[in-house]
Each structure stands twice: as C-alpha cells, then as structure tokens.
Ligand binder design. Structure first.
Ligand code: ADE
Length: 249
C-alpha cells in the first residue's frame, strides 16, 4: 500500500529522497515524484510547491497516476493559537480553507459540495503521527534536540489548521484571522498554504490523509525572517526525524 509524503519546499522534505531504497524518479506534471522503499513501506515523495492549487494538483497526481493509498503532509506553518510557539509541532485534527468564501450562497469557509467548513483528517493515520511526534519530542534527538527549539522544548498541539493562498505576515492579519474564526467556533492553531487542499482531494478520492507542521513563525510582522531562518536550519532535520519515526511505527 503506497504512502505518499508531500512537502511544499525542498527544505521541508529534508534528506528523505537520499534515504530511499530502490529510488526511481518520475517526472510528471512539472514535478519530480520519487518512488522507492523505506522502513518496509512503498513510498512516493514529492514537492508540491506552494499554495492550494499546486497542492491539489500534486495530490490528484499521487492518487491517479502513482497509486498512493495514504497521504501525509510534512512541513512548516505559522502559529496562530495562543501558546503555539516557534519550534512547537502541530498535528492536524481537521482542516479549513480560510480564504474560501461563497457566502451567502454557502456558509463561509465551506467548500461547495462538501458538508461542513472543516474536513477531518484520518483518525488512524493521525494517531500514528501523534505517536511519532511524541516519541521524537521525548527523545529530543536529531531535529528535536534542544538546539532546534527557539523557545525551550517543543510542544505538541492537535487541532484545527487553516490553509489559504496567503503568507500571513502581520500581527493585525493573524489577529483578525484568529478572531474571525474563533467567533464562528473555530479555534485555529496554525496557518499554512497547502494542507486543506490535500485534505479535500483525499476526501474526494476516499483516501486517508494526515498532516504534521512545525511552527516556523507566529504569522506576525517577524514572520518573513523567522520563516526563512527556520526553514534553513530546522525544517529539514525535523522532517527527517519525524518521517523516519512515523514509518517505523
Ligand atoms: N507557512 C509558514 N508560515 C506561514 C505563514 N505565516 N503564513 C502562511 N503559511 C505559512
């Protein structure tokens, strides 16, 4: 049963491609899809690029052309929830597209044709990711060592992640996003630009999906610098540690 591991940027994929056994590169739809085996699993590794359309296109290729039967997204996100700090890890329980608004025809944030604003991640796959993150944090090895956490030991959060085609980079915008969602009963932990699109494609194909995001910035005025630093120095080792642990479980 082929597992797809998606990331947006090369740094978020770490050195997973070089760890693949029997690696084979397939060029398709403008991307390199890497097939191979790791810890006894058939894998496909791919970089989606940034944004919801890129992520949806990649996920559709994985489902239709590469026979992916489960998908996991690994990467970074901006922290929105109170107490969600740089270096912490968020495992998504469900996803929402914060820039989807077909109101008043459909409720705000709801994708027409779907039954609610939030799309749940797969419970079993998510439970395995939670366990993997917990073990990585407990051992504080590799990408989870003390040197990688900006503000002390990394903490694990589990809940709502919002995706949209915007890099959120002012305190005013992140505050407004958090407040608007909270007023509608959605307590959001983190924001990024791909996960909800992959969740939607997986739901439409009946495929389990889970996602893990390390917090690179607080989606505030310091976000561009924090993001660049985190992606350069921490995202890769984190991805390596997490994905290897996930596949071993
Ligand atoms: N991914 C990482 N940080 C982000 C931010 N601030 N906004 C959107 N996506 C992100």
């Amino acid at each position: 049963m082929t597992i797809a591991i998606l990331s947006a940027l090369p740094e978020e994929q770490g050195s997973l491609v070089s760890a693949l056994e029997c690696a084979e590169r397939v060029r398709h739809a403008g991307r390199d899809f890497w097939r191979g085996r790791l810890h006894g699993h058939d894998l496909v590794l791919v970089l989606s690029g940034i944004g919801k359309v890129a992520a949806a296109s990649t996920a559709a290729s994985l489902a239709e052309r590469f026979g992916a039967r489960r998908m996991v997204f690994t990467g970074v996100a901006g922290g929105l929830g109170e107490g969600v700090r740089v270096g912490d890890v968020v495992v998504a329980r469900h996803y929402l597209q914060h820039d989807m608004d077909a109101s008043p025809i459909f409720p705000r944030w709801q994708v027409p044709g779907h039954d609610a604003a939030c799309m749940a991640c797969d419970a079993a796959l998510t439970a395995t990711l939670l366990e993997a993150v917990g073990l990585c944090i407990e051992r504080a090895e590799g990408g989870f060592g003390p040197e990688s956490a900006a503000t002390g030991a990394a903490r694990l959060h589990h809940g709502l992640v919002a995706s949209g085609d915007r890099f959120v980079s002012t305190a005013a915008e992140s505050c407004a996003l958090r407040g608007t969602l909270r007023a509608a009963g959605h307590d959001v932990l983190a924001v990024e630009m791909e996960g909800a699109a992959v969740a939607q494609v997986c739901r439409e194909h009946g495929l389990p999906f889970a996602a893990v995001r390390t917090i690179s910035d607080r989606a505030d005025d310091g976000a561009p610098g924090d993001f660049a630093h985190f992606v350069r120095h921490v995202a890769g080792p984190r991805a390596d540690a997490l994905v290897h642990q996930f596949l071993r479980l």
